[in-house]
Ligand binder design. Structure first.
Ligand code: FO1
Length: 314
């Protein structure tokens, strides 16, 4: 079964890992790049790298991002030189950013760079950025507009978010390779990532929604997994962000955002009481355990998501 997953960082990477365990190289993951940033002259793609490290089995599983058994010597040296090191780059992680930046400067597209890096790490799935063009998430807070990682890491997601924009999105183009994979997909999965700042930018790339709609019209089911369980985000600020942006901070609030875009919606047993309201939106509600604590739970959720896709096939 050819599967395309849309994903942000940590939560999305875990489900992608489960999906890879089910379908191997038939999985393509389209990853958010609006969290990207420049650090020390290098291009850093946090969500792409989180997915790549997770799928290669090299990720720091406690932290969710970065590499396991990382060391921080370069960061210490950068600090001695007076550089800002609030966005921490490990020694081995730095190699990824050095190679990526050099290849981009040499004229390679981010899609090709990403696919080569993932192949070198032994990833069997195809990992693709949502676009090759620069797009940056910015959030409006009481302190004005902040770059995403300034808000997320430096300010620890503390400022209240009043508005979100994706700078550069109108000039962004869906890579041909992404369009092709969506066109051939037999199931499309929205991973349990933040619907506003992880899945949101992917859907906002001009042409992306059209590709997904065309796939659905052609009979490809689209299944979304809620990143909110019992009114709380498992990781990150999705719950508080939903609330401050006027959405309900619940699985139902997420289902409403995806209304008209997905056929089935997977929510946690803790939210079983919301299944009826999700169904009333016209989505097939699937209630199961969605919290992925180990390899087995990642694989089981992925298998259930693919079953939901089969039964939602149009
Ligand atoms: N997250 C943090 O909370 N602190 C960091 O210093 C940090 C560094 C970092 C470096 C490379 C990378 O790929 C990810 C990193 N992240 C860090 C995670 C990242 O900010 C978030 O996971 C995503 O951007 C949110 O999806």
């Amino acid at each position: 079964m050819r599967v395309v997953a849309l994903a942000g960082g940590v939560g999305g990477a875990k489900l992608a890992y489960g999906l890879q365990s089910q379908v191997g190289s038939d999985l393509s993951v389209v990853v958010n790049t609006a969290d990207d940033l420049e650090r020390h002259g290098l291009r850093v793609c946090p969500d792409v790298d989180t997915v790549m490290y997770t799928l290669s089995g090299l990720a720091d599983r406690e932290q969710g991002w970065g590499l396991a058994s990382e060391t921080w010597n370069a960061s210490g040296m950068l600090e001695r030189y007076g550089e800002d090191v609030w966005f921490r780059l490990g020694d081995r992680d730095l190699a990824t950013h050095i190679v990526r930046t050099a290849r981009l400067r040499g004229g390679e597209l981010l899609t090709d760079v990403t696919m080569r890096l993932a192949r070198a790490l032994g990833v069997s799935a195809t990992i693709m950025p949502m676009t090759d063009d620069p797009v940056r998430t910015q959030v409006r807070t009481d302190d004005g507009w902040l770059e995403f990682q300034e808000y997320f890491v430096h300010r620890r997601q503390e400022p209240v978010v009043h508005e979100v924009r994706f700078d550069g999105i109108e000039r962004a183009v869906v890579p041909a390779r992404v369009g092709g994979e969506i066109g051939f997909a037999e199931a499309i999965v929205m991973a349990p990532s933040n619907p506003i700042v992880s899945i949101g930018p992917i859907l906002a790339v001009p042409g992306m929604r059209g590709l997904l709609d065309a796939a659905r019209r052609g009979g490809t089911p689209v299944v979304a997994v809620s990143p909110i369980v019992g009114g709380r985000a498992l990781k990150g600020p999705a719950d508080t962000m939903l609330a401050s942006l006027g959405h309900e901070a619940s699985a139902l609030g997420v289902a409403r955002i995806y209304e008209g875009l997905v056929d089935a919606f997977v929510l946690d047993r803790a939210d079983a009481a919301l299944a009826k309201d999700v169904g009333a939106l016209g989505l097939q509600a699937v209630v199961t355990d969605t919290v992925m604590t180990d390899d087995a739970s990642r694989a089981r959720l992925a298998a259930e998501v693919l079953e939901a896709a089969k039964s939602a096939r149009r």
